[in-house]
Write a new protein. Structure first.
Length: 486
């Protein structure tokens, strides 16, 4: 049986896709830089149209501001072609580096904008998600002139249909832009840990992961702490081994509660990570990375996608350890802060190079060459060579004893009848090309019969007239029986 070519191709694709059934297939990563200008409260970036249910936004900021009303920046994919960044204030310029990753399959995204109504605000998701494949991303815009307990929000998926948004201290006019991403091609572990007032570091145990495929996302709440010591509230996160997550800070003094998500990709996605040190005068550092495809890769910082650590304690300006993370080339990651505060800093960074679509090489459709129908040409060769030789030589000797001069008239009239009858029957049953050559052997039988009758009649008058009648009869019968030879 010969399968139709379309069916063969469908089977090949199905088999190829079986091995990648859990893979998220990235369509495109778009990226850019936007600026919220001084005196402005928002800005937008236009992107190539995406399916918002399969696309998510990550971004980081560089700023120089001591006021959360001007420095807390939220970001959201507001429609298929627009990304919006906003704050409640209007003072100072803010630089935003953003990435929008869209997938053709394997990823689903839910998003929303929620005004906080209590220290914990629950958001009911439109569709349930699998907790072992999902994680939240959030950003906040808020009021205030001091970074305190209402300016840091922790996001936790408490059930498959509930996202809890928590602050240490409730304050009105705080808005969280949230996204919940479900990756079928990832295993997600999560945990809650705390940095107590005197703790500079805390670890959490992982079920063993491949660190070259694991992206760490974390958020946290903070107590008010010391208003002029922003270093207390800046936290770095790293996957420090296959079984451990480490979260640390430079300055201590107040409690921080953290929720982390370790996203381990099980498809061909690759993750590079590191910790980049900045000296007290450095605003820019570059890290050399293994080559990535920039149209399917994102670069992101730590806390709330932007944060590092610093011992800075002169005021509450987080700009000393908030960075933009920019993939300037396939092998270079550029990290920039807007102010140094004459303090060192360190950023825990991640570069996620999403797996390309699996390459399906279909087995070539076999070319079926039908066996041609044999054309049978029966060319019987019939050779009939009847050879009939009839020789009728009647010998008549008439010697009458008479005394006369007889006149003998001899009129032989031989009658020869030759009737060859050839019957040829050829029934070829060839396989392929058959050329039967029947052989015909004719048999001729000739029986000549000569009858001579001499009747002399003497006449006494002296003129005898003998009469001789010779009637030869020859009958030839020819029978031909062809014998076909296959």
């Amino acid at each position: 049986m010969v399968l139709p070519s379309r069916l063969i191709l469908a089977l090949v694709v199905a088999l190829a896709c079986t091995g990648a059934a859990n893979a998220a297939v990235v369509n495109l990563v778009q990226s850019g830089t936007a600026t919220i200008a001084d005196t402005a409260s928002s800005t937008t970036a236009t992107i190539t149209s995406v399916d918002t249910t399969k696309a998510f936004l990550v971004f980081d900021v560089a700023l120089d501001s001591v006021d959360p009303v001007n420095g807390q920046i939220s970001g959201q994919l507001t429609n298929a072609t627009t990304v919006t960044f906003a704050r409640n204030g209007t003072v100072g310029a803010v630089t935003v580096k953003w990435y929008v990753a869209e997938f053709s399959s394997g990823v689903s995204v839910q998003r929303g904008s929620t005004v906080l109504t209590a220290t914990t605000t629950d958001v009911t998701l439109g569709a349930g998600v699998g907790l072992t494949h999902s994680f939240p991303l959030i950003s906040l815009r808020s009021d205030g002139v001091v970074y305190s307990g209402n300016d840091f929000v922790r996001a936790e998926l408490t059930t498959g249909t509930n996202l809890a948004l928590t602050t240490m201290i409730f304050a009105s006019n705080s808005t969280v832009e949230w996204q919940v991403i479900e990756f079928t091609g990832a295993n997600v572990q999560t945990g809650n840990v705390s940095l107590t007032a005197g703790s500079a570091s805390v670890t959490s145990t992982l079920t063993s992961v491949d660190t070259t495929k694991t992206w760490l996302v974390y958020t946290y709440t903070s107590e008010d702490g010391t208003g002029a010591d922003i270093g207390q509230k800046l936290v770095r996160g790293q996957v420090t081994s296959a079984t451990q997550v480490t979260l640390d800070r430079d300055n201590t003094g107040q409690q921080i509660d953290l929720t982390w998500y370790a996203v381990e990709f099980t498809d061909g996605t690759a993750v590079q990570s590191g910790s980049q040190a900045f000296a007290s005068a450095d605003t820019v550092q570059n890290a050399t990375i293994s080559s990535v495809t920039t149209t399917r890769a994102i670069g992101v910082g730590g806390s709330h996608m932007r944060g590092g650590i610093s011992p800075y304690n002169a005021d509450d300006n987080p700009g000393v350890a908030w960075f933009t993370v920019d993939l300037t080339t396939a092998t270079n990651l550029k990290m920039t802060r807007a102010t140094t505060g004459s303090a060192a800093a360190d950023l825990g960074w991640f570069v996620v190079d999403f797996a390309p679509a699996p390459t399906v090489t279909p087995t070539p459709t076999p070319t079926v060459t039908p066996t041609p129908t044999a054309t049978l040409t029966a060319t019987p060769t019939v050779t009939v060579t009847p050879t009939a030789t009839v020789t009728a030589t009647p010998t008549v000797t008439a010697t009458p004893t008479v005394t006369a001069t007889p006149t003998v008239t001899s009129t032989p009239t031989p009658t020869i009848t030759v009737t060859p009858t050839a019957t040829v029957t050829v029934t070829p049953t060839p396989t392929g090309t058959v050329t039967p050559t029947p052989t015909v052997t004719p048999t001729a039988t000739v029986t000549p019969t000569a009858t001579v009758t001499v009747t002399p009649t003497p006449t006494e008058t002296g003129t005898p007239t003998p009469t001789a009648t010779v009637t030869p009869t020859a009958t030839a019968t020819e029978t031909m029986t062809p014998t076909p030879t296959e």
